[in-house]
Design a protein around this ligand. Sequence first.
Ligand code: GDP
Length: 749
Amino acid sequence: MLSLLRSQCRGVATRSVPSWSTRTYFTQKDASKKKYSSELAKYRNIGIIAHVDAGKTTTCERMLYYSGMIRRIGEVHKGDTVMDHLKMERERGITITAATITFPWQNHRINLVDTPGHVDFTVEVERSVRVMDGAVAIFDAVAGVQAQSITVWNQADRYQVPRIAFVNKMDREGATAEKTLKMMQARLNAVPLPLQIPVDVGPMFGAVVDLVDMKVITWEGDKGEQVEIHDILTYGGEQLMARAKAHRDQLLTTLVDLDEQLMQEYFEKDGDVSDTTLRAAVRRATVAMKAVPTMFGSSLKNKGVQQVMDSVIHYLPSPLDRDPPTAVDMRTNKTVSIAANTKDPLVALAFKVVHDKRRGLIVFSRVYAGVLKAGTTIFNAKKGGEKERVQKLLQVAADDMEEISELRAGDIGAILGLRDVSTGDTLIYEPSNDRALRPVLKGIVNPPPVFFCALEPDTEKDYNPLIEALEILQREDPSFLYHISEAQQILISGMGELHLEIIKDRLDNHFKVACTMGRMQVSYKGTISESIREDDIVESFDVQTSAGVKTYTAGVSISMEPLEPGTGNQIKFELEDSVVESMEKSVLDRVKQSITEGIESSFQRGLPLGFPVIDVGVTIHGIFYRSEAETPPMAFRNCVIRSILKLGDQAGAVILEPLMNLEISVDEKYLGSVLSDLSRQRRGTIKEVGMEKNTHIISALVPLKEMIGYSTQLRSFTHGNASFTMEYSHNGRVSANEVAKVLQEIRGY
Ligand code: GDP
């Protein structure tokens, strides 16, 4: 390979060929060897994050091809790529479900977690980001940094995931390197480190200068599989050399500011920094999340993907380079950190659960500590319950799975044979004694569902299969919920119209249950705006018993307060010691349980306005208890339900609605009409109107309710000259003059 490369190179370097140009790329012949390293330092658990259409699927396909995992390249427009392995994904032409795939590159093991770019699937992205040690962000060289990239970027920030960037589609008319670099600074607050410069841009794009090794790279052969290294002067003359030197100087200046070690070496050697020194400095800055090495290319034209793969190895961290994740020990309630050590007891995170018709549940897991072996029994650290047997372990090649005997700390793979596992669960071996750790890894942040609708089985015999299917879907996807209302109606809720449509699609095609979906509705919530406390609310209840009517009495002192948005509901007991001491512990526990159930049930039914309650804190300060005969613990449930209704009336109940961040790209001609439609018809708040090239970019905050059917309407009144993306921002208060409309919409009168 090496001699082939050299012989085909135009103007091969005269100085010794740097080490990286002498590597042998994996070719398809190597596929059968599957050269994975078992050294943890040579693992790279990475994901690709991007705005939909930036080229994730196209890039993945090349990665698999160059690493020898597949023999031909599928294309998105033909619907035959490996990552789009679900039939539904093929039909819709978007990547919905994150799949993992393992492949070798330069004697390293890359576990690639694919992430969906569609906004309806943010939780999918979140749970993938959670298990990555590093990520490749792909941008479109024409569109630059788009809305969803920002969302995913923020998620990666939240989980402290170091990143490199690939500016794709350099072959497109209008592509530039600078625009994306500037947008990375402005919109992502990132420090891009361009490690290359494209020699030409647009349709002429065909080469980059590597600023670390100061060489020109081109890609030859049918699929760009042949990487050729050229001397800069021979390839592009003095002019290109001058450009390259200026950019390398700029790169060094940026890096010296970020990395003290490099600064010392830089001054000691009078600015003459070797490629090895430079690469080490880039790695330190990347792992410390101070900078983002950036490469340029065109996946579709098979240019540049190998350099991205090399950079994954050079710059992104191995599991050993990362801060160990934290977990809560269920036994002591203390926070512990889980080091990536194969000698420690097993700790694994089930980050994705998928139902497969043939194989049952497939539990995609990342092992953080210890070794998970096939054939052993594991234990759900949070739920406890039954031990379950790991029937098989699989490493995934998209729709093809290879059986393996163990998954070691740092590794990602799939477990078969488990039944009672949901996305987000921590799996361990059963603690050997009472003192052994029972760690539960920190969970995944789930945005609240914003849409709901009713679901009706077509016939009575479809009811049970439907509930079973919904149970599985909920296990797979924590952002999907179903519940049965008091009127015995099945309600499903999710992240968007498309999310629920896909659930329906799976019910039809995967589970084959016949059901009908009702009208899609926005999911409103209720909360309170004022704190309120009421002491000694005593309630009596008459209960018909076999010995006649019996009156039970229970009382509470209770307060409610509004909490910060996103906190959820909280229940606290602040009972005086004398109360606690006067009651038997088992009775007190049952009383507390009954009070908690009462509060949860009231919140589910809603305060006066009838919407499920969020972000409210309830504290029980005192209880009125006579004896178990006169005040059975159950009586507290009713007492609390009545108390909360009373208090809710006085605590300024308000309705909340989901507000969405909206980004619209629109031509000059239609800017005025789009803006006026947003503020006049849709209760939108315009945050910013920017300009990129000849397109205006509007950022706005708009209630989700006003966005139903927007894509069709926008297309029609701009004649197709506008496009938009949106994502959930937060729940905001429905203004007083909208409340009546909302109530009418929900109640139907
Ligand atoms: P994803 O949604 O991020 O997975 O993006 P895809 O890989 O599905 O690509 C979206 C569209 O962009 C498809 O039509 C691709 O063929 C096209 N595409 C991807 N990469 C390139 C590229 O480098 N250049 C050009 N011109 N088109 C590309």
